[in-house]
Design a protein around this ligand. Structure first.
Ligand SMILES: *Cc1c(COP(=O)(O)O)cnc(C)c1O
Length: 366
């Protein structure tokens, strides 16, 4: 059998190591996973109640249109119901965007390093990714605007950027949008938006949607809402863009359980606020510790920090792993001497710093 030529050499996503696997391999009892930016506080207790109630209808297909979730989210964000599309995580939504808009030979502009799924899905469609290097960890929006040609169909802005955690401000985004031709779709990936509720500089992207018909926002329940296992995320855009993307959506692409979980999660904003505060304390603690250890790091605007260790990331990763801490090695992320660490609970953060100090003594700088 002959596979489609353009998929055979695609890199396969390397997930953070699963906890159970590491426990077995190393014979360790306690493992702390700070690799995938999951919420260390779990999810709202209301979520599991809602999911359990839904189990009675396991034999029934979910509502393909996610109507109840759509209503709940529309009310919560003050957006029209026909401006949403739901997916099995925002990964699914960005796949649908690529499927709906990209043809072989089209170009799509993105930063590098950034979230790998933009390029991955673009390549599956045969589109060419134009990767514009970050400028000191930040999106170089002027350079990205210059990279646009008549072949460009989609531009991706990951805000805050994964893996660096850096942020594009409201003013920067507006200035950028003004330069982008209106037939090009600009996708703003806001997987960590909720962590920025207190940040006046963070783009008021929902407001900008009213002005820019060619903008789409991606959000998820996987991060602060703590529903990563359920696979539910969404896109927000003007209703014409939503209709186009909806053409390629699988009929039942989100589960009954995920929809119920997301509704319950939206209703418990106290949980979200608490997680935000604890995350801020965690960032403050980790930053202080990095300062004490004389380590540079990018300013963090999500629930993760990229810290520069001046040591080979692979070796650092292995040494931290041997102490029961899983992080993300920068060697996979375009920063071969850095690591990306998720902000954990205070107890996890302290354990991480203790292990990191040992690691710095054990592995010499390059
Ligand atoms: C985690 C993440 C996503 C995708 O999360 P889903 O679980 O698929 O909703 C998308 N973009 C960025 C930048 C992320 O970090």
């Amino acid at each position: 059998m002959k596979a489609k030529q353009r998929i055979v050499d695609l890199p396969v996503y390397k997930p953070g190591k699963p906890i159970e696997e590491v426990k077995k391999e190393l014979g360790l009892k306690n493992i702390i996973k700070l690799a995938s930016n999951e919420n260390p506080y779990g999810c709202s207790p209301k979520v599991n109640e809602a999911v359990i109630a839904e189990l009675e209808q396991t034999n029934m297909y979910p509502d393909g249109a996610s109507s109840k979730l759509r209503q709940a989210l529309a009310a919560h964000l003050n957006i029209e119901e026909n401006q949403f599309i739901f997916g099995a995580g925002s990964d699914d939504v960005l796949l649908m965007i690529c499927r709906a808009y990209l043809e072989a030979g089209d170009e799509t502009v993105m930063a590098t390093p950034t979230f790998p799924q933009y390029k991955h899905n673009a390549e599956i469609e045969g589109a060419v990714s134009i990767e514009v290097p970050l400028n000191n960890g930040n999106h170089d929006l002027p350079a990205m605007a210059k990279a646009i040609t008549e072949k460009t169909k989609i531009v991706w802005v990951c805000n805050p950027n994964n893996p660096t955690g850096t942020m594009v401000s409201h003013e920067e985004l507006v200035e950028f949008m003004q330069q982008i031709p209106t037939h090009i779709l600009v996708v703003i990936d806001e997987a960590y938006v909720e962590y920025n509720y207190n940040n006046k500089q963070f783009p008021r992207s929902l407001e900008l949607l009213q002005q820019y018909d060619n903008m789409m926002i991606l959000r998820t329940f996987s991060k602060i809402y703590g529903l990563a296992a359920h696979r539910i995320g969404y896109g927000i855009a003007n209703s014409h863009v939503i209709q186009t993307v909806n053409q390629v959506r699988e009929p039942f692409n989100t589960t009954r359980f995920a929809q119920a979980a997301a509704i319950a999660a939206i209703r418990d904003q106290a949980f979200v606020t608490t997680c935000c505060h604890k995350n801020e304390e965690g960032i403050h603690y980790l930053s202080q510790q990095f300062n004490r250890l004389k380590l540079q790091y990018f300013p963090a605007h999500g629930n993760f920090i990229m810290v520069h260790l001046d040591r080979p990331a692979e070796a650092v990763f292995e040494y931290l792993l041997s102490q029961g801490i899983i992080v993300r090695g920068g060697n996979y992320l375009g920063y071969p001497t850095s690591i990306r660490v998720t902000v954990g609970t205070q107890e996890q953060n302290v354990a991480f710093i203790t292990a990191l100090e040992k690691t710095l003594q054990h592995i010499s700088p390059v």
